[in-house]
Design a protein around this ligand. Structure first.
Ligand SMILES: Cc1cc2nc3c(=O)[nH]c(=O)nc-3n(C[C@H](O)[C@H](O)[C@H](O)COP(=O)(O)O)c2cc1C
Length: 336
């Protein structure tokens, strides 16, 4: 049974990571995950290195996505993106020395047009393993001894899968771990993650850990992927939004314990309200209500009455309306 993995000197135990997700893995969500337990390493949303450097030069402080990072509990991975070595290097150095991040992760997987097309960053860089290597090398040197890691997709398209080459470039440049999302950039989020392709990357790596990612939906599936594939760890994104307690369940199974039964709908509603409180503490009430609409949608996925709940929660704009819908429409009997 795989019980932990090492990223540089950092022991990640259990070897289960929560994925960076822009717009979601903010300070409030990270705090919620910490309270629930079971995550070996939590990641921030991706932070634009260019925004950080430009804002600093203009004396405007830091990008909002770095809020809380300096003081929150460790371990914490901060993910960054750009295509310019100097810019990435500057942010990586600051993250290691001033912010005391546990890990600096480089994004080579994002397929969103704003990043990949207009900024020639994220998954765009997969076409050029050498460039990936250069960026990893600069970041690794700038943040040493804090480990630098990379998160990639299988390649740009199914015809140009090159995760093997990119993996070698990452390790050769001093990367301390590699996460592979088992889709190509062209797939965006369509189709399904190909774990056999993820597995092939293992033989490209000499000693750094391989973390598999994509479409893990339940705790048992997470454990099966971890045991059934040559990966050293797994990373979970969307299932952690639908069921934030999934990490605790995985940790229990890995520890040989009987996993707790799924929280009741009433308990899930309590958790949704706790999440709301954390979001409002961080973002204020007005913004918090709007932000929580999308989180609440995740909590309702696959639950009885979910469609009606989603319909209503999508339209709330005040705290009163939010509480009203959560109180009246979240907990619904199966046969209603
Ligand atoms: C809303 C959303 C935002 C995401 N933002 C990021 C990001 O900031 N950085 C990143 O590397 N991946 C990002 N991803 C990709 C996830 O980290 C992950 O690779 C992907 O969702 C597959 O894992 P999953 O099936 O467990 O969700 C994002 C995914 C989603 C759905």
């Amino acid at each position: 049974m795989k019980k932990s993995l090492k990223i540089g000197d950092l022991v990640v135990s259990p070897p289960v990571l929560s994925a960076p997700m822009a717009g979601y893995t903010n300070y409030a969500y990270r705090e919620l995950l910490r309270r629930l337990g079971g995550v070996g390493l939590i990641a921030t949303e991706m932070v634009s290195a260019r925004a950080f450097v430009c804002m600093g030069a203009r004396g405007e402080g830091e990008p909002e996505r770095l809020w809380g990072v300096q003081d929150e509990p460790r371990p914490l991975a901060v993910q960054i993106w750009d295509n310019c070595p100097e810019t990435l290097e500057e942010l990586a150095g600051k993250l290691a020395n001033d912010f005391k991040a546990s890990v600096v992760d480089l994004n080579f997987g994002c397929p969103a047009p704003a990043i990949a097309k207009r900024s020639a960053s994220g998954s765009y860089l997969l076409r050029d393993p050498e460039k990936v290597g250069e960026l990893v090398s600069r970041v690794a040197k700038a943040c040493a001894p804090v480990p630098a890691t990379a998160k990639i997709r299988l390649g740009l398209t199914v015809d140009t899968v090159n995760a093997f080459d990119v993996a070698q470039a990452v390790e050769g440049a001093g990367g301390a771990a590699l996460t592979v999302h088992g889709r190509t950039a062209a797939q965006m989020y369509r189709g399904s993650a190909d774990w056999d392709e993820i597995a092939k990357v293992k033989s490209a790596l000499r000693s750094i850990p391989l973390i598999g990612n994509g479409d893990v939906k339940s705790a048992q599936e997470a454990v099966d992927r971890l045991n059934g594939f040559p990966v050293d760890g797994i990373m979970i994104g969307r299932a952690g939004l639908d069921r934030p307690w999934i990490f605790r369940e995985i940790a229990q199974i890995l520890a040989g314990e009987e996993p707790e039964v799924e929280p009741t709908l009433l308990e899930q509603r309590e958790l949704l309200l706790t999440h709301y409180k954390l979001v409002v503490e961080r973002f204020g009430q007005e913004r918090g209500v709007i932000l929580m609409r999308k989180f609440a949608v995740h909590y309702s996925k696959g639950r009885p009455g979910g469609r009606n709940f989603r319909d209503k929660i999508g339209r709330v704009s005040t705290e009163e309306e939010f509480f009203d819908v959560v109180t009246n429409d979240f907990v619904v009997e199966e046969n209603q």
